[in-house]
Design a protein around this ligand. Structure first.
Ligand SMILES: Cc1cc2nc3c(=O)[nH]c(=O)nc-3n(C[C@H](O)[C@H](O)[C@H](O)COP(=O)(O)OP(=O)(O)OC[C@H]3O[C@@H](n4cnc5c(N)ncnc54)[C@H](O)[C@@H]3O)c2cc1C
Length: 382
């Protein structure tokens, strides 16, 4: 299929690949070991305009469509998935503003992004992961302020974010219509973050709790209207899931490239291991799944860009399939390296650890399958 990529799309993809090769890959292994955010690389990426691809052009951003975003996220994740997650979290923090923000809010977020700052989305709570409706954080209106109380967990970029977009209850009795979204800037009295999560993978992204204790924000910081929160957050997650699929592609692509190279260099029984039939089956199976996932990510991106109807199902399909594919491909690619794949001196174990998160965050793959099945049952109702 010809996707008719424009010169701009291909140029941005190429520029990002170059950045990943020259800036991310050389420092990713050490940053991963130390669990450090690559701040200098982020500043450079911000200058290139790729740290929040959703930011519209009129606000100084790239303002690109979802297909272009997917191309860029794949390249960033090929370089380092933790770095790419930090970029992804900026996108998740901004999307609610794109859907429902005021001009003043757009400007505030744009100033952060163009100034090289970071955003975050605070949705998950200790008792509300897959069960979003069980969120407990409250936002109570008092005069010209909202007072926020609650605790979010596993929030990407939280310790370094300039603005956190927070999901909270404004009316307990209203069910799904009882949630709203808020813009909570760093430095707001009552806002703090918990300890940094020492994670298995994507260790170059910073993750922590967000704690709100009588955290006062002006009423103007509500995003959209009271009660709009659930709708906004679901729209945000749908698009985010396509980006998550694209990120899974990048991790798998990096593992695949390494496996293809190593399988031609490594000699066993007098010939390169890629000449052994069982190894060829492995390379072929990796190639097939990678290509299939890429088609699904691009197809889902284009459906969003064309405002198609079945985007939610496609977003879940693409996140789920690409996430499972990335875990499969990184595991098989590690196997191609034999004992060296298990060594920290080679990139394979990091890629395997990084891939695992794509089955967990932005809605676990079990939840994606629930969404997909629900849609299919409706479509094929007898
Ligand atoms: C590194 C990292 C970064 C993250 N970044 C962010 C972020 O920036 N912002 C944010 O808001 N959140 C973030 N999260 C949170 C993430 O989205 C949640 O961890 C995820 O949605 C799962 O929630 P949970 O961990 O509470 O697991 P649970 O919901 O407790 O799930 C546990 C297990 O039960 C299964 N399960 C749960 N409910 C069902 C069901 N109804 N049917 C079938 N199976 C079910 C799940 O699939 C899973 O296998 C991040 C998490 C991690 C680990």
């Amino acid at each position: 299929m010809d996707y008719n990529f424009t010169e701009d799309q291909l140029g941005l993809k190429e520029m990002t690949r170059d950045f990943a090769n020259k800036v991310l890959i050389p420092q990713a292994a050490e940053a991963d070991r130390k669990g450090e955010f690559m701040a200098d690389a982020f500043a450079e990426a911000a200058k290139m305009g790729i740290t929040c691809l959703d930011l519209p052009e009129e606000w100084g951003g790239a303002g690109v469509d979802l297909l272009t975003t997917a191309l860029v996220r794949e390249e960033l994740s090929r370089g380092d998935a933790g770095f790419s997650s930090a970029v992804g979290a900026c996108g998740l923090g901004f999307k609610p503003i794109n859907f429902a923000g005021t001009e003043a809010q757009k400007k505030a977020y744009a100033d952060v992004v163009t100034g090289g700052g970071l955003l975050a989305l605070g949705l998950t709570e200790p008792e509300a992961g897959s069960d979003v409706a069980n969120n407990k954080t409250t936002a109570v209106k008092k005069g010209d302020k909202y007072i926020l109380n609650g605790r979010k967990c596993f929030i990407t970029n939280a310790p370094i974010a300039d603005i956190i977009t927070v999901f909270a209850i404004t009316d307990k009795s209203a069910g799904a219509k009882g949630f709203s979204m808020f813009m909570v800037p760093k430095g707001t009295p009552g806002l703090s973050t918990g300890k940094h999560e020492d994670k298995m993978g994507i260790r170059t992204s910073m993750t922590s709790d967000v704690i709100m204790e009588d955290c006062e924000i002006p009423v103007e910081n509500i995003i959209g209207q009271e009660g709009d929160g659930f709708k906004i957050v679901m729209q945000t997650l749908d698009k985010g899931r396509v980006c998550c699929g694209a990120s899974a592609l990048g991790i798998a692509q990096a593992a695949f490239e390494n496996a293809m190279r190593y399988s031609q260099e490594r000699i066993q029984k007098g010939k390169p291991i890629c000449k052994h039939q069982i190894m060829q089956a492995k390379l072929a199976d990796m190639g097939i799944r990678l290509e299939a996932a890429r088609q699904l990510v691009w197809r889902a991106s284009m459906a969003f860009d064309a405002n198609a109807k079945d985007t939610s199902k496609l977003a879940s399909m693409c996140k789920c399939f690409a996430g499972d594919m990335a875990v499969y491909v990184t595991c098989e690619a590690l196997q191609v390296f034999g004992g060296y794949g298990y060594s920290r001196e080679y990139p394979m174990e990091k890629l395997y650890r990084d891939a695992k998160i794509t089955q967990i965050f932005e809605g676990t793959n079990e939840i994606q399958r629930t969404i997909i099945a629900g849609n299919l049952i409706k479509e094929y109702q007898i």
